[in-house]
Design a binder for this molecule. Sequence first.
Ligand code: AMP
Ligand code: ZN
Length: 143
Amino acid sequence: MSACVFCRIVAGEIPASVVHEDDDTIAFMDIGSVNPGHVLVATKRHAENLFRLDEASGAAVGRALVRVARAIEKAFAPEGLSQYQANGELAGQTVFHYHVHLVPRRRDDGMKIDWPARNPGRDSLEADAAAIRKALQQEAGGR
Ligand code: AMP
Ligand code: ZN
């Protein structure tokens, strides 16, 4: 069994509210959510950062990010959508598996994100995931 929490989510060993999945990528709600609609987009393969992936996988992650970000905008209509990523021990990371945080933002949120984040609970995460999945389907239909 892997010790990496995101590898365990990919393997289905830890529950997650998944919004998108393809051959290279999985996107799910962050349990430590800063704002409603906060999604983590992660690679399926264990790699610490984007530049440890092969180019095709890196491109696939980019494509998933674009789709998921647009679906979050459609579902939550935030005033901003921030993209955060850091990697490695020296960046204070706890999970060493490439992931991007997509955080819906409001004008009065302030510059710094609140941390530790709130834990909205599984029902709330599932409801947020369902709203994003619906928006993804609508966007796919419109393509
Ligand atoms: P960091 O390495 O600081 O980017 O933190 C890892 C991120 O993963 C944090 O935002 C956590 O809230 C999030 N996280 C950790 N465990 C889980 C999990 N089981 N499901 C969803 N998100 C998680
Ligand atoms: Zn991993």
